[in-house]
Write a protein that binds this ligand. Structure first.
Ligand SMILES: *[C@@H]1O[C@H](CO)[C@@H](O)[C@H](O)[C@H]1NC(C)=O
Ligand SMILES: *[C@@H]1O[C@H](CO)[C@@H](O)[C@H](O)[C@H]1NC(C)=O
Ligand SMILES: *[C@@H]1O[C@H](CO)[C@@H](O)[C@H](O)[C@H]1NC(C)=O
Ligand SMILES: *[C@@H]1O[C@H](CO)[C@@H](O)[C@H](O)[C@H]1NC(C)=O
Length: 222
């Protein structure tokens, strides 16, 4: 008789165990995607101050790594702040695997690469700040597809060419646009007028038509 009461309890216990196991597997899977993306980044950069060398270690949870912030529910990486770390090297394609990223700040380093196309996978991004680096090449046409992007700063790099004419059509939430002091040329795209929320813009120090030569901005605006 005791057995009939035991069976439902066992079933519940097994279901619970199954839930816990599948839940943690899922979380671990995603954390390890983020972890391998960050370890790939670490492997591609030169880190003269050894800020990442011991800190970004698989022995510790990535959510405790310097510059990394995880979301409270899914424990995915939602923000990456590598500003002012004297890092150089390239940004590897793996950055596109941080699929929950909303905030990317690499300001004031020496990253030397083109803008990795895999960034386009990060469609939750609200904030991209890559100013004061050596990013080069053109702004690719795919760049204008960040539906949530509010802040974009690419100032003080070596970007060249025209600003893609349709770029701003895919940036409906843009509030801040800093592209100052690069080597952009050509016309300022009319699609810029589609950014109805734009509050602050700086395009100075390029060769854009209608470009202002004033550079009286505050540096921390880049
Ligand atoms: C984990 O990753 C898988 C596949 O990449 C995805 O389908 C799933 O939604 C992710 N889970 C969470 C909690 O983010
Ligand atoms: C890594 O850096 C963070 C932030 O500075 C710090 O809280 C953490 O203790 C460091 N971890 C290790 C293992 O040094
Ligand atoms: C990086 O430097 C800028 C300018 O000095 C400063 O405003 C910002 O707070 C610094 N960021 C971090 C994460 O220390
Ligand atoms: C992450 O992205 C890279 C390059 O884009 C890819 O080769 C790799 O398989 C991805 N890694 C994981 C763990 O998903």
């Amino acid at each position: 008789m005791g057995n009939t009461r035991f069976i439902p309890a066992l079933t519940v216990a097994l279901l619970l165990l199954n839930f816990v196991v599948s839940f943690s597997t899922k979380t671990t899977t995603n954390i390890s995607i983020d972890q391998s993306a960050l370890l790939a980044l670490k492997a591609h950069v030169i880190d003269p101050q050894n800020l990442l060398t011991t800190n970004w270690s698989s022995a510790f949870n990535i959510c405790k790594w310097i510059g990394v912030t995880c979301g409270s529910r899914h424990r995915r990486v939602i923000a990456l702040d590598l500003s002012n770390m004297s890092l150089s090297g390239i940004v590897p394609p793996h950055i596109g695997n941080l699929s929950s990223l909303t905030w990317l700040n690499m300001r004031n380093n020496n990253f030397h690469s083109s803008l990795p196309i895999q960034l386009v996978n990060l469609n939750r991004l609200k904030y991209i700040r890559l100013s004061f680096n050596n990013f080069y090449g053109e702004i690719p046409s795919w760049f204008g597809s960040f539906p949530k992007l509010q802040y974009l700063s690419l100032s003080y790099n070596n970007l060249i060419g025209q600003i893609p004419s349709h770029m701003f059509e895919g940036l409906p939430r843009l509030q801040v646009l800093y592209l100052a002091v690069n080597r952009f040329s050509g016309k300022i795209p009319l699609s810029l007028f589609q950014c109805k929320k734009l509050e602050d813009i700086d395009l100075a120090g390029n060769s854009l038509e209608g470009d202002s030569t004033q550079r009286n901005r505050k540096l921390d605006h880049a």
